[in-house]
Design a protein around this ligand. Sequence first.
Ligand code: GLC
Ligand code: GLC
Length: 662
Amino acid sequence: MTLAITVLGESKPMQTVPINISARALNQNLERRGHKIVVNADYDLERRIREHAPALESALRELYADVPEFDTLVKRVLDLCRDYAEQRPAYLRAADLQDEQGHGWIQDPTAIGAMCYVDLFAHDLSGLEQKLPYFKELGISYLHLMPLFKSPEGRSDGGYAVSDYRAVNPALGSMTQLAAIAARFREAGIRLVLDFIYNHTSDQHAWALKAKAGDETYRQFYFMFPDRSEPDEYEQSLREIFPEEAPGSFSWVPETNAWVWTSFKNYQWDLNYRNPNVFLAMAGEMLALANVGIEALRLDAVAFAWKQKGTPCESLEQVYTLVEAFNRVARIAAPSLLFKSEAIVHPDEVVRYIGPDRCQLSYNPLLMALLWETLATRETRLLTYSLKHRFAIDPAAQWVNYIRCHDDIGWTFSDEDAAAVGINGFDHRQFLNAFYTNRFEGGFARGVPFQFNPRTGDCRVCGSTASLAGLEKALNEETSVEADLAIKRIALMYSVIYGIGGIPLLYLGDEIAVLNDYSFRDDPHHHDDSRWVQRPRFNDEMFAAAREVGSPQHQLFETIKRLGALRQQEPVLGGHDTAFIDMLDPALFSYVRHHQGETLLALHNFSENSLSIDAAIARDNVGSDGWTDLLSGMVIEPHNELLLDPYQVYWLVKKRAAIRHD
Ligand code: GLC
Ligand code: GLC
């Protein structure tokens, strides 16, 4: 066999060497001699096509069997894969060879995610690069950059209305710069994640502009209806996403002389995937991003991509098939690329997006919502019950567990689960909305409502982690005692997502307890979208507060760093084996993890009261010779009782002679 090899870091970037040796053996051989070596992917590409083309074809057949010249379509998709595989930079091909074996990194406890807006967090891409030491300090190994593509100023939905997937917003930098940062961060152990905003484009995207100019090919990229008859029929079964600000799911666009499907804002045009040219075009955009060095793509608004009259047009069977088709394209042309599903829907549907053939990663909106639910009620029964039934997923996939993100909090627990523990779902959501928007006497939270829908009574909640957890109220109206409790609440929630199994995702700013930013109310582009309350522009004082020993921010920052360090040191935090334990005390939440021969028992007090519990739970699960609490480093002798301070968490393992400190 003949192989073209690239030896990185040498002056001659490409050497073609005929070698009669398998790709893997060649790599191993050269690695042993200290070379970083990349094998040209031609040979592997044809093998991958043989392996994945049948599944790709069958997915495409489910979606497009009735289009004329179906066989030509399959050929065009495979040609596209070949084109992008050929353009793929050599260092990414090396990653492909490794990752093809199963994306092991997503199972590793050292994986820690974080997300931010480049402009708000670091001004621009150069600023982001300077933050590398900060990311390393927090142990971050996966960084999700919020949409940074070209997007119309003032009509961008925080970047989610894209006018060009191949151009970075010039105020932030360029694609070349992004590619360089992706490579540099990868060297430093940080994988870059971006959004694949595949459900809609901005109305300023070249395709939309051509559609406006009357080009029939591009009109067919979108949904256009000459009058209200079809939109009215569809709307009978549709949910409104932004009822306050962008009611309905269609917008009249005079230039097109049509009602255009706009699930989100009126300038975000939904793409019509019934048209196979849309699939082809978006597969190209996806592979272009992969070739920039992006390692995972968040499938934005994944549920909405297929429409059918008489249905809610969310999570239809065809959406899963569509994700499978994109997945096979990635397996062929960019095997190290992963998908992360953003399905903020009923938990029965969330899991359907997860798996090696669909999305290898998924947000865990259920855990997120239930952590806030438990904090408000001080009762863990719905959390424990739901996780017992819903936390286990395909072992080849992984949860991305988060507390806050740039979006609202929706109470996406299942009404059936709630009923099973004696809770009425509708009433409970009303309570939670009241609690988190400061309409509940004595509550600690300072959140704001998002998109109240008077027709359904539905509402969602916005706010920063710190404000929702009580820090804003404590600092403005109370004492350091309450501030301390607020910090403990945040630390409690973060310890759950760092410990429970899966990849924790830090919403940057949470680690330094950033409060709500109400300035969005004066911004004409944002005043009607309260999600901006948790999207502050960072400044030096915020970071300085986290360095001030004794400040609440410093306390939290140190805790989050410690959690990160423990994930580097403790293999027991990896893997999938988490079992939830019913506790007698309603405020206690507990799970036990087994991995690589070790056991960890986590105990959490979700109330502001001290609790004492029978130590039998630790003896039964971890052993009777005493325990080490990984969080504090303390050794606990086997007493009859375990004491938990307000909001305290224990991570108990078998007693260790000396605790490893970072
Ligand atoms: C996703 C994003 C959200 C955006 C919407 C439309 O849900 O997270 O911010 O508004 O998609 O793209
Ligand atoms: C997403 C979610 C929805 C959320 C919206 C805007 O697509 O499905 O729950 O509220 O975007 O943030």
